[in-house]
Write a protein that binds this ligand. Structure first.
Ligand SMILES: Nc1ncnc2c1ncn2[C@@H]1O[C@H](COP(=O)(O)OP(=O)(O)OP(=O)(O)O)[C@@H](O)[C@H]1O
Ligand SMILES: [Mg+2]
Length: 351
């Protein structure tokens, strides 16, 4: 007798096939990729919410570009804070919109949309409830099946490391919400340290520094621009004239900000990261320390784009530090890479 189910599963009509999507819900940017096609979307994780009509109006790049410029009833929301979902409804709205802008375009002329399988990364510090929030937000956004894997494994894979090899590697992912220091090997995380003084915290430190030193109040976006445009550890002194609000008069005031200002504002923060890397190495068994010294520390994440940061870390830690080419894509590319080998991927799924 013909087994109808097994017969049906052999038919590979395009709309029956399972469509696989990869998600990296970073604090600063959401990245979405699909199987065999690579990254389809990379947009700031921001939304504009109209508190009068209870609607989400602006998403991604547009929402980030209007911070501080909207009427009071439009709030700019960041659904991911410190690497985890802090506003569930906003996250669902953002994922739905981003799926429409990327994945759903593939089905615009198909009558039946295929079932979507989503694989998302989760920071090791995420609690059970925070993991569930990622899972549930994807179901609510229309994904039929969801799997989660630990972020450092995807990031390491995206840094061209074989995470299943027995050679441990230390990866420092310097992102917007988290500094994740992970020693990865033999298909898992050997040891890990996470700090929350990442890119967002640095923007706040710049805000405080300029406020105290020059008496000028800056917007969040300006603080981030100063970090991106002026900060470097290559001893290149740059400067920029920026306009903020005077603390004294409340009127616009221009000041010239130098690289040395930004460095001074952030030096303690960078030293805390360096200390955490040293502690992670010091608390590791001698075999691992030996491997890390031999193979070096791998830097990735958006903050790794700061010029000369690798050399500065190298000088302070006295271990070779290696940069990556695709700093902001390491995690999502690594996730797509790991998903190519289903037998290995199944060993990594935590939920
Ligand atoms: N050229 C640059 N120079 C300095 N900092 C940068 C540069 N480009 C991006 N950044 C900073 O990198 C951070 C974002 O990095 P990334 O995209 O890796 O974070 P994320 O994956 O969204 O967050 P997380 O993984 O921490 O949850 C932001 O703080 C941003 O200001
Ligand atoms: Mg990240």
């Amino acid at each position: 007798m013909i087994n109808f189910t097994s017969w049906l599963s052999k038919i590979k009509l395009p709309f029956f096939s399972n469509f696989e999507i990869y998600f990296d819900f970073g604090t600063s940017t959401t990245k979405i990729a699909i199987k065999d096609k690579g990254v389809l979307l990379r947009e700031p994780a921001y939304l504009g919410y109209n508190s009068r009509t209870n609607d989400y109006l602006f998403f991604g790049t547009e929402a980030k570009s209007i911070i501080g410029k909207t009427p009071d009833f439009i709030k700019i929301i960041r659904p991911v804070v410190g690497g985890v979902i802090s506003d569930f409804d906003a996250q669902v709205a953002l994922v739905k919109k981003f799926l429409d802008r990327s994945v759903n375009l593939y089905f615009s002329n198909q009558m039946i949309k295929p079932a979507l399988t989503g694989i998302a990364i989760i920071p090791p510090i995420a609690t059970e409830i925070e993991q569930k929030a990622v899972e549930e937000s994807l179901y609510k956004a229309g994904v039929s099946r969801v799997f989660l894997i630990e972020k450092p494994l995807a990031t390491a894979s995206g840094c061209n490391l074989n995470i299943f090899s027995h050679q441990p590697n230390l990866i420092a992912d310097l992102g917007g919400g988290l500094i994740e220091l992970s020693i990865v090997g033999s298909g898992g995380i050997i040891s890990q340290k996470t700090l929350k003084n990442a890119g967002d915290n640095m923007n706040k430190l710049i805000y405080n520094y300029i406020y105290l030193k020059y008496g000028v109040i800056l917007g969040e976006a300006t603080c981030e621009e100063l970090k991106i445009n002026l900060l470097n550890f290559d001893s290149v002194e740059k400067n920029a004239i920026i306009r903020g609000k005077s603390l004294e008069t409340g009127l616009p005031k221009s000041v010239r900000i130098k690289t040395s200002d930004i460095k001074e504002a952030l030096l303690t923060n960078f030293n805390q990261i360096i200390d955490a890397i040293k502690e992670l190495i010091e608390s590791s068994p001698p075999e691992i320390v030996d491997e890390v010294i031999t193979h070096g520390i791998i830097l990735t994440g958006g903050l790794s784009l700061i010029k000369g940061l690798d050399k500065f870390f190298e000088q302070e830690i006295k271990i070779k530090v290696l940069g990556q080419e695709n700093y902001q894509y390491a995690t999502i590319n690594g996730l797509a890479k790991l998903a190519r080998h289903k037998d290995e991927l199944t060993k990594l799924i935590i939920r």
